[in-house]
Write a protein that binds this ligand. Structure first.
Ligand code: 5GP
Ligand code: ZN
Length: 113
């Protein structure tokens, strides 16, 4: 499958990996929008949040626990951070492998543009 994040997950494309286990990988975004900006993805190819199946519900909660662990390890919990998921065209999704952005260490505005 021609998916850049599957290729990152299986090591065909190099990336700056900050966390990895059997189900999930996290790596720094190549075009960071904040001093800390990494992506957390399932190794399983799921096109977007809109394509989640019932069987993926444990994986989704697991991803959020991984985000909690990474942000704790990076000491981000006190100042805070933002988790972003872009789904589909109007959501601004460019890579069709579900991913969660985590941005931190700058004061982020709301609402987004
Ligand atoms: P989206 O717009 O789909 O939510 O976000 C995709 C993100 O993936 C973008 O922030 C983009 O910079 C990042 N990205 C795309 N290709 C690569 C890549 O090959 N390596 C890394 N590290 N990030 C990528
Ligand atoms: Zn993929």
């Amino acid at each position: 499958m021609d998916c850049v994040f599957c290729k990152i997950a299986d090591g065909q494309i190099p990336s700056d990996i900050i966390y990895e286990d059997e189900k999930v990988i996290a790596f720094n975004d190549q075009d960071p929008q904040a001093p800390i900006h990494f992506l957390v993805i399932p190794k399983k190819h799921i096109e977007s949040l809109a394509k989640l199946e019932d069987e993926d519900k444990d994986l989704i909660s697991y991803i959020f626990m991984v985000i909690k662990k990474i942000t704790e390890d990076l000491n981000l919990a006190e100042d805070g951070y933002r988790i972003v998921n872009n789904t589909g065209v109007d959501g601004g999704q460019t890579v069709k492998h579900m991913h969660f952005h985590v941005l931190a260490q700058r004061s982020l505005q709301w609402p987004p543009g």
